[in-house]
Unconditional design. Structure first.
Length: 187
């Protein structure tokens, strides 16, 4: 069987749709896919570790990374900043990994401009009520933060047509399989 061609893949979708859960499943099944670790000014959630879920930085440190051109893309989301540093992405692509970026809509739009070959995948909820249930059920955000994220979610859902492909996250396993199929990895 021929080797899949390593690709840069963006996975976007509203907060709470299940992006992290699906990505964890995909990366657990396929070691040739690497999840980029973003840099953020958001505070760590309980259980999150610096250098594992994110590189957690101060506003001043983030400013410094912006001014030195370290980011492939960055964006503001619900009161915090998030960015993808270029160097590890390029190193992993060169080493033969497909690279997954789990990023929000503005970042996906930037990626489209800086790398027209990137595959843009939209992860959609089965319906609105289920999205609300998942976001509240995760229990990691205060009620006002949940409200803010649901407001952004309406905008993100309206942008689905800008993506190359939509995967509906009804079941984690089925969504992970669909992503592996798209990239050509057996499972
Ligand atoms: P995101 O990364 O998109 O913000 P998460 O991966 O944190 O979302 O998932 C939000 C919540 O929804 C979590 O509690 C997760 O366990 C749950 N979840 C994810 N995918 C599914 C699914 N297919 N069915 C039911 N619950 C799910
Ligand atoms: P969370 O705070 O829930 O971890 O992430 C909030 C949003 O920021 C999610 O939609 C997530 O995909 C997005 N995000 C995470 N990292 C990045 C990044 O490096 N760049 C951009 N543009 N968005 C990111």
């Amino acid at each position: 069987m021929s080797e899949p061609t390593p690709r840069l893949v963006v996975l976007s979708g509203p907060s709470g749709v299940g992006k992290s859960t699906v990505v964890n499943c995909v990366c657990g099944l396929e070691p040739r896919i690497w999840l980029s670790i973003s840099t953020t000014t958001r505070a760590p959630r309980p259980g999150e570790l610096d250098g594992r879920e994110y590189h957690f930085v101060s506003d001043a440190q983030f400013d410094q990374l912006v001014s030195t051109g370290a980011f492939l893309e960055w964006a503001e989301f619900a009161g915090n900043r998030y960015g993808t540093t270029s160097e590890p992405v390029e190193a992993h692509l060169a080493a033969g990994y497909s690279v997954l970026l789990e990023i929000e809509l503005q970042g996906a739009r930037t990626l489209r401009l800086v790398d027209p070959d990137a595959l843009l995948v939209f992860l959609a909820p089965p319906n609105w009520d289920e999205l609300v249930r998942r976001l509240i059920g995760r229990g990691t955000e205060a009620p006002e933060v949940v409200e803010r994220r649901l407001g952004v979610a309406r905008v993100e859902l309206a942008a689905e047509a800008e993506f190359d492909v939509t995967i509906v996250n009804s079941s984690v396993e089925a969504a992970a399989s669909a992503l592996l199929d798209l990239l050509g990895y057996p499972h």
